[in-house]
Design a protein around this ligand. Structure first.
Ligand code: NAP
Ligand code: LUD
Length: 301
């Protein structure tokens, strides 16, 4: 039995910041805007190409989500598939032909590349025209973001979605201590840049960081993208923090027909006891990645 005093001391759970709800609102707004634009400028339709090399199950799922969202909004999206036997030269050739196609406004090369060859991913992402690089992975766009030219570059969709979810909390970023776990080109590094140029003081952690729990405990805003199932424990989290979990990991779960389920990089139940705001997995950052892509593509024109 809890005493009354103990019960009153028990803090309530975090507010859940839903990416499903926010992304739906964004997509509905975009649909209205695209309809209006089409009626005002007849004939113009934003175009997206998603290039896939190979046949990974996770990429198939993410791409079909993007194509479905585009179709609902009225963006023409096409899926260009190359087999896992395609050579680097063939992949580059496909990218260059999409770069030259003026009916296409955005080009994504879905990562990771699933190939039987050794492919230089950096060479591939840099071959995308910076003007069509809606993933923001080319050196030009990443460089502009790192220098704070936020209005003059494509911002990678996952960190952009994280910022949108942070905005939803009403917690201001300026002056806060933000901790990012992960420094990948697609999540951690651009997340660091976005938080920095939104005036947070940012610490970025990686696999060589010593005493990760101590770093996490200093975060007013914590963004995690490490690919380690439920590694960040609630006990590490500062009371009242904003916790944004980008992780998508499959773990065994015998109670599911599929024998597995999706979890984030944060141990949700324990972090929920300490955070003021938390994103769920699934239904958090993932759907926002798709919504931000649609927004970028539409906003381009
Ligand atoms: P990644 O390229 O493998 O990068 C992982 C990062 O985490 C690296 O910087 C790595 O450090 C760091 N890291 C790994 N283990 C660590 C540890 N024990 N302690 C501290 N840092 C550690 O992965 P990613 O592409 O960024 O993806 C990260 C996660 O986000 C994955 O679960 C992925 O599925 C998910 N994701 C989700 C979305 C979405 O839309 N929701 C989008 C992209 C990715 P080093 O640099 O030292 O190796
Ligand atoms: N490569 C991405 N690789 C992987 N989750 C995505 C993603 C939707 N070039 C390039 O699309 O932006 C990219 N550009 N990425 N990702 C991950 C990353 C890429 C991840 C999740 C989702 C796209 C998504 O809709 C749902 C959710 O979290 O609720 C479902 C998750 C599930 O597995 O059930």
């Amino acid at each position: 039995m809890f005493s009354l005093a103990a019960l009153s001391l028990r803090r309530s759970l975090a507010t859940v910041v839903s990416g499903n709800k926010t992304s739906k609102l964004v997509r509905e707004r975009l649909k209205l805007e695209v309809d209006k634009m089409k009626s005002e400028f007849s004939g113009f339709t934003p175009g997206l190409v998603v290039l896939q090399v190979g046949d990974r199950d996770d990429s198939n799922l993410y791409i079909s989500t993007k194509l479905k969202a585009a179709a609902e909004i009225g963006i023409v999206a096409s899926h260009v598939r190359l087999p896992n036997t395609a050579t680097q030269a063939e992949i580059l050739h496909s990218i260059l032909s999409v770069n030259e196609d003026c009916s296409v406004h955005g080009l994504i090369v879905q990562l990771p590349l699933d190939s039987v060859h050794t492919i230089d991913t950096e060479l591939i992402t840099n071959a995308v025209s910076p003007l069509k690089d809606v993933d923001g992975l080319s050196c030009i766009n990443a460089g502009k973001l790192s220098r704070g030219d936020l209005g003059d570059c494509f911002i990678p969709c996952t960190p952009n979605g994280c910022m949108e979810l942070i905005r939803q909390t009403g917690v201001s970023v300026a002056g806060k201590h933000a901790v990012v776990i992960g420094r990948s080109k697609i999540v951690g590094a651009p997340m660091h840049d976005l938080l920095l140029w939104n005036h947070a003081t940012v610490t970025t952690c990686h696999s060589k960081t010593q005493d990760l729990p101590a770093q996490v405990s200093r975060a007013d805003i914590l963004v995690v993208g490490m690919g380690r199932a439920e590694m960040v424990r609630g006990e590490w989290v500062k009371e009242g923090a904003v916790v944004i979990d980008c992780g998508i990991n499959h773990i065994a779960d015998e109670s599911k027909a599929s024998g597995k389920r999706v979890v984030g990089d944060v141990h949700y139940a324990s972090a929920n006891e300490r955070a003021a705001f938390i994103t769920p997995v699934p239904g958090g950052v993932g759907p926002m990645t798709v919504a931000m892509l649609m927004e970028l593509l539409y906003g381009k024109n």
